[in-house]
Design a protein around this ligand. Sequence first.
Ligand code: ATP
Length: 466
Amino acid sequence: MPASSLDQLVSLCKRRGFIFPGSDIYGGLANTWDYGPLGVELKNRLKRHWWDTFVRRRENMWGLDASILMNRKVWEASGHVTSFADPLVECKSCHQRFRGDHLLEEKIGAEAAAVLTIDQLQPMLIAEKIPCPACGKLQWVEAKKFNMMFKTHQGVIEEEGSLVYLRPETAQGIFVNFKNVLNTMRPRLPFGIAQIGKAFRNEITPGNFTFRTREFEQMEIEYFCEENGWEKAFTLWQDLIWQWYIDLGIAKERLRVREHSQDELSHYSRRTIDIEYKFPWGWGELFGLAYRTDFDLQQHQKFSGEELLFTDPDDPKKKFIPHVIEPSFGCDRTVLTLLLEAYTEDMVADATRTVLRLPQILAPIDVAVLPLSKKENLIAKAKELYKKIVQETNLTVDFDVTGSIGKRYRRQDEIGTPQCITVDFGTLGEDATQGGKDTVTMRDRDSLKQKRLPINQTIEALSFRA
Ligand code: ATP
């Protein structure tokens, strides 16, 4: 069973060094989170796995790392300056602000709420008798559109001309580099450009841990194709992504595909689906797949004056603006989902054990070497083995001597370490009841099975990351 409440997971993340509240020693900054030593390892592994799967090991895929700050005309061309807004409602009594559509979701459903026009929101809140979540009054001011782009200034003078935006999505960095990639990599259609990076949105109501924050990371692909190939490309990516989540161990029954209705589509999209996950508070978007037509490249061609045409290498007279399918993954939401899925409580010898059943490719630590006690010669023997594994493999190895062996197993279970090796007095040849000389115990996180094996066979007995 995955975690049934978010609190269980938030507490484990803090206690074990996965995710800490941001600016903690200053009392925090609302809805900011810092990845700790194990969290950053998990997140980096996820990003590496994503990059390997969708960029390095696929033909015709290219990577990119564009700047967060971009010429602000980019955002005029993309439509974000005028259209990247969420419906904001304010309580007349306490002046707290909320996302109008989210307030209505429980009563009328997410899909119906998403397609309400800005003028319909306030009357609907009143008609459905949805009170202010902060003060409980039913006094809503008319809804208005709130642009979610963060603004800042570039250079030493804060004036209108120096205004720049923090990018609200990584996608536009790809579109503005489309020509550079064409000229340097000479790809054939269909081909993709991928990028992992930070995005910033001044969300009206962030919350649910790292699910909705104002600073987050995306893993995005723009997959360029001919117009008549968009449906094939859409299906290809939908299947690839679904399978990717399943292969990471996410249970099918907690995943679903939600098709956006025509009214709900973003200004650039002709078809969008979300892959949603059943979070402890309900279904929420994990991933989006959109057919963005040739909208973005057309707009950038118009606003920049640069020609953004693709020339067919087999027929140089055939020049056109390709269409694009966009798979867009939330990196932080995927980490959160993996943690929720992995969190398990089971009973071991009449005591509750918390274990993170993370897939090994993502577990922050591959193997822990544990000397049974703090005796010097035991530590020296265990350290020898630790060093050997570090030198001869690419595994991340933990060496832990603090606390009883039981406590150390508990800690390794809680951080998801798939395998532990214990060096004891049997290993030293001092206590045959613990095992033969030069043998160690290997313990499996999930089955809890222990096996005794010669110390010089440990490396071949370890399971490796794919
Ligand atoms: P939502 O409907 O939840 O606001 P969205 O439709 O605006 O999401 P997209 O623009 O499709 O999201 O962004 C692609 C992905 O980026 C999402 O599927 C999600 O995983 C992630 N994402 C978007 N906004 C946030 C956020 N505020 N915090 C964390 N991740 C986010």
